[in-house]
Ligand binder design. Structure first.
Ligand code: PMP
Length: 398
């Protein structure tokens, strides 16, 4: 008799499980459109030049590997805060933002969830329908009841804004609302500036707690353009949570570099919030790792490296848009004329509108791996596999 006899075998993670199936697939023409990773024209994970340069500089002047503070590197925190709130923003000068370095965007969400659970344990968390799979799991695991608000409307190939606002309006005060700041995962549909204003008004009226998740800054319209949502929330005067990630924008997935900022009404509140965030971190992993944050800090604070990064990020963004147009064109050439909406979606993902059966057929008949819900990572296409993917989609649609 072992204690572990009672341990049930958990199902594989829906996304990472797809990758396992992909790796095991022997067909050479297979394509992994499951996981949200940007691949270059050769189907390879890029190492950005700015990161390579920063890495060389760090290697030329090696530092001892001491512990960082619980809340991370001060230089990193300053660099992130300037990036997401703007250099010298009033809210920073007023001391109203508590920022901690986190283990990627996921770590930021979890530290934020743990703090929220401590200060408002009976709150419900609302996520978009659909949302990134891990939102529900993460907030559930943190002890919350998780419900969803209406978001994607298949008939519109867009957002059911009336449904979304109605669901927010009927939420209890204190409800946590997780909002994708840009490049909504999995649908690729973002709110317009006017719709953001409506959401902000509703959040204010109903006294909800917004939690902005910004994992793809720079992949929509640009770094500043995508970050404008944060500025809107600051302008509104609301208190809110903000998680950010450099996994995608720096292609630093495995380094786990992110941040959590909590914007409060006063510097005094921010100090108290920071003290509690530090306890959440200290009792989980004590303090964050050094290397990824050092790379990001080096790039963001050096004029030439920063310009290089902005260009490389723009190139990734533009290439994804080109791939979207390329896929739509290739589908049209094969007689599939009703999927033009893919070109207008934002970020790495496309909600293709394909059914579960069609997605399974893509996997079993063609070795093309997307989620059952029809999500495909457009950022994993290239000129070498695009025609094959278009052939397969046309075949499963016929
Ligand atoms: N939020 C969303 C919406 C995401 O898509 C992702 C990454 N897939 C994350 C958070 C987490 O990012 P990270 O890999 O930095 O933990």
């Amino acid at each position: 008799m072992s204690l572990f006899d009672r341990v049930e075998l958990a199902p594989a993670d829906p996304i990472l499980g797809l990758t396992e199936a992909f790796v095991a697939d022997p067909r050479p023409e297979k394509v992994n459109l499951g996981v949200g990773v940007y691949l270059d024209e050769n189907g390879k994970l890029p190492l950005l030049d700015c990161v390579r340069d920063a890495e060389s500089r760090l290697a030329a002047d090696p530092k001892p590997k001491g512990y960082l503070g619980i809340d991370g590197s001060p230089a990193y925190r300053d660099a992130v805060r300037s990036l997401v709130f703007g250099d010298g923003a009033d809210v920073l000068a007023d001391g109203r933002v508590a920022t901690v370095q986190t283990l990627g965007g996921t770590g930021a969400l979890k530290v934020g969830a743990d703090l929220l659970r401590q200060i408002n344990p009976s709150a419900t968390v609302l996520i978009s329908n659909p949302s990134w799979e891990n939102h529900r799991a993460l907030f559930t695991r943190a002890g919350f009841r998780v419900d969803s608000y209406r978001y994607y409307e298949p008939a519109l190939h867009g957002i059911d804004i009336d449904g979304m606002l109605a669901d927010l309006r009927s939420a209890d005060a204190g409800t946590v609302v997780v909002l994708h700041a840009c490049c909504h995962n999995p649908t690729g549909y973002d709110l317009t500036p006017e719709q953001w204003d409506q959401v902000i008004e509703t959040v204010r009226d109903r006294e909800l707690m917004p939690f902005l998740d910004m994992a793809y800054q720079g992949f929509g319209f640009g770094i500043e353009e995508d970050g404008a949502v944060v500025a809107r929330f600051i302008e509104s005067g609301l208190e809110f949570f903000l998680s950010t990630s450099f996994s995608k924008s720096f292609s630093l997935y495995g380094e786990r570099v992110g941040s959590l900022s909590v914007v409060s009404e006063s510097a005094d509140a921010a100090r108290r919030v920071l003290s509690q965030l530090k306890i959440c971190i200290r009792t989980n992993y004590s303090n964050p790792p050094t290397h990824g944050a050092a790379l990001v800090t080096a790039v963001l604070t050096d004029g030439a490296l920063r310009r290089g990064w902005e260009q490389e990020l723009a190139a990734m963004r533009d290439r994804i848009k080109q791939l979207r147009r390329g896929l739509v064109g290739a589908l049209e050439a094969r007689g599939v004329t009703d999927m033009g909406f893919i070109a207008g979606q934002l970020g790495m993902f496309s909600y293709s509108g394909l059914t579960k059966q069609q997605m399974i057929a893509l996997r079993t008949d063609y070795g093309i791996y997307g989620t059952d819900a029809g999500r495909m990572c457009v950022a994993a296409l290239n000129t070498g596999n695009l025609g094959y993917v278009a052939d397969a989609i046309a075949a499963v649609r016929s």
